[in-house]
Ligand binder design. Structure first.
Ligand code: SIN
Length: 302
């Protein structure tokens, strides 16, 4: 019997597609919708200690091959998010709480809140490419990443995932530091630093000027990162970056991912993207004689 079930760092998923942080995930209602649409797990919007408005518009540019966004980590703050997490209890798929912070102590405070609120795992946003004092400003430093993961692991019994940035030559060192500090899985990769300019306005389109590129444009970058991480790490990897169809998902899995996150494709393809990926992947597995997803993980290295 061909099965799409996967286990990632003790999380049991009905299939290997996970809603990526930042897309339709700020309320319980949208998280439940995505789970009902077929996601094997859902990740929340990145939540910080205090409410945050984010950057003024424009915050998103649509391109042929993806999006450039710079939202500025808008969120209601961890206290207010308790209510959304309460309403999301009973979600048919595990809910993973994404958090961002400026220090190891603040990360551990937020992680223990997410655990109290019922999150199945916590995802550390160490990779937002443009928020001052947050994200990749911490996440390109292996020592800082090690300190953050260690601190979070000391207060959390749920699995801890680190979402890393491709905007560094030190990705392997950062990932190894996270693994050595007890991280349960690596999520690779967040968006790639990018910009778009309006020639009529004669200036960058985004109010923040720079942003992060997602979607099919970055799939080859994410894939290469996952391939290299698989050669380097022993913990599971969750692949993200331009997954739009079953073939993209299988590529990531063959590169070494145990599961994949889907973000931009929710907007580009539609809510049925999870179902389409799963149907196509199952048909491929039957054709090729794979009985489980785990049989495909890393086969491109053999
Ligand atoms: C944003 O809120 O601007 C994006 C967050 C991220 O890229 O991690």
């Amino acid at each position: 019997m061909t099965s799409l079930k996967v286990e990632v760092a003790a999380l049991k998923l009905s299939n290997p597609t996970i809603l990526a942080s930042g897309v339709m995930d700020e309320t319980a209602a949208s998280l439940l919708n995505m789970a009902r649409a077929g996601a094997g797990a859902v990740v929340t919007k990145s939540i910080g200690s205090e409410p945050r408005k984010g950057y003024p518009n424009p915050t998103l540019v649509e391109l042929d091959w993806g999006y450039i966004n710079a939202m500025g980590l808008p969120n209601p703050g961890i206290e207010a998010f308790a209510e959304e997490m309460r309403l999301a209890r009973g979600c048919p798929a595990p809910v993973i709480g994404s958090i961002f912070a400026s220090s190891a102590k603040e990360f551990s405070f937020l992680a223990s809140k997410m655990q109290d609120y019922g999150a199945a795992a916590v995802e550390l946003n160490l990779s937002c490419p443009h928020a001052k004092g947050y994200g990749m400003e911490l996440g390109v430093d292996p020592e800082m990443v090690s300190a953050v993961v260690r601190e979070v692991k000391s207060v959390c019994s749920i699995p801890v995932f680190a979402k890393l940035t491709p905007n560094t030559h030190q990705l392997m060192e950062v990932a190894k530091a996270a693994e050595a500090a007890g991280c349960d899985a690596i999520v690779a990769v967040n968006t790639v630093k990018a910009m778009a300019i309006s020639v009529e306005m004669r200036r960058p389109i985004l109010s923040n000027k720079g942003g992060g590129l997602s979607g099919p444009a970055i799939k080859p970058i994410g894939l290469r990162c996952v391939y290299d991480l698989h050669s380097t790490l022993n913990i599971p990897i969750i692949g993200v970056g331009g997954v739009e169809d079953w073939r993209d998902a299988v590529e990531y899995i063959m590169a070494g991912a145990s599961a994949v996150q889907v973000g931009s494709a929710v907007g580009r393809v539609g809510l049925n993207v999870f179902e389409l990926i799963c149907t196509g992947m199952k048909e491929f597995m039957v054709r090729e004689g794979f009985e489980s997803v785990s049989q495909m993980v890393g086969v491109a290295h053999e």
